[in-house]
Design a protein around this ligand. Structure first.
Ligand SMILES: Nc1nc2c(ncn2[C@@H]2O[C@H](COP(=O)(O)OP(=O)(O)OP(=O)(O)O)[C@@H](O)[C@H]2O)c(=O)[nH]1
Ligand SMILES: [Mg+2]
Length: 206
């Protein structure tokens, strides 16, 4: 029989830095790659017998992969959430700050729903409020960081979130370690709020 375990889940577009953040905050050592699509399937890493960290492949277009590949990834992710939605005390949505600044204006003018918004709503449908992490802030200027935050807040209808969830948009750099302590504390808080505080000590800066 399958062991019961809780899952700490990292999702986001290809190349956003999910695997990098996992390796900075947990004992798991996922593959990190320069090119989008490094993580090719849902990988779970056992932290303890009852606590696993889940590295999800990037959701969205990858230029040298087929549509069939993309669809398979999406199916895998949907299946995972359908099956384990009640076992996810914290889900981290990782967003690439640089890509937001580059595409936000173009996309909003065209009226296209950005993938990050689609992902956010997908997770929220399972009654899980994601921790939104805008990563790679080392690649953009401070005013651009502020712009990215405002853009994301609009996308996720931030002002209508309950107060306890309004802290859940943070900016970090996995590469330089900026604000990773804030992210660690936020994940720990989500674990506590879901009555699995015994796992808090496994989330720490490496
Ligand atoms: N400059 C900068 N680069 C980063 C940061 N975080 C991750 N990277 C780089 O971004 C690239 C992708 O990182 P990954 O952690 O593999 O990203 P991922 O989201 O797991 O990507 P997929 O598995 O392909 O979906 C790597 O070259 C990382 O070194 C950051 O904060 N700043
Ligand atoms: Mg990855």
């Amino acid at each position: 029989m399958e062991e019961f375990a809780w899952f700490l889940v990292f999702v986001g577009r290809p190349n956003a830095g999910k695997s990098s953040l996992i390796s900075k905050l947990t004992s798991a050592k996922p593959v990190i790659g320069k090119k989008p699509g490094s993580t090719r399937r849902i990988n779970t890493y056992k932290i303890t017998k009852k606590f696993e960290v889940v590295d999800v492949p990037g959701w969205g277009k990858i230029h040298d992969r087929t549509k069939a590949y993309e669809d398979r990834i999406k199916d895998e992710i949907v299946e995972f959430f359908e099956r384990y939605k009640f076992r996810i005390p914290a889900c981290i949505l990782v967003i690439d700050a640089k890509s937001i600044v580059d595409v936000s204006e173009r996309l909003s003018k065209k009226g296209i729903i950005p993938i990050d918004q689609e992902l956010y709503n997908f997770i929220k449908n399972y009654k899980i409020i994601p921790i939104v992490v805008i990563n790679k802030i080392d690649k953009i200027s401070n005013p651009e960081v502020e712009k990215a935050v405002q853009f994301i807040k609009k996308l996720i209808d931030y002002d209508n979130l309950s107060e306890e969830h309004q802290e859940a948009v943070i900016t970090v750099s996995a590469k330089q370690g900026t604000n990773l302590g804030v992210l660690r504390d936020l994940i720990r808080k989500h674990l506590r709020n879901n009555d699995v505080e015994e796992f808090e000590r496994y989330i720490k800066l490496r």
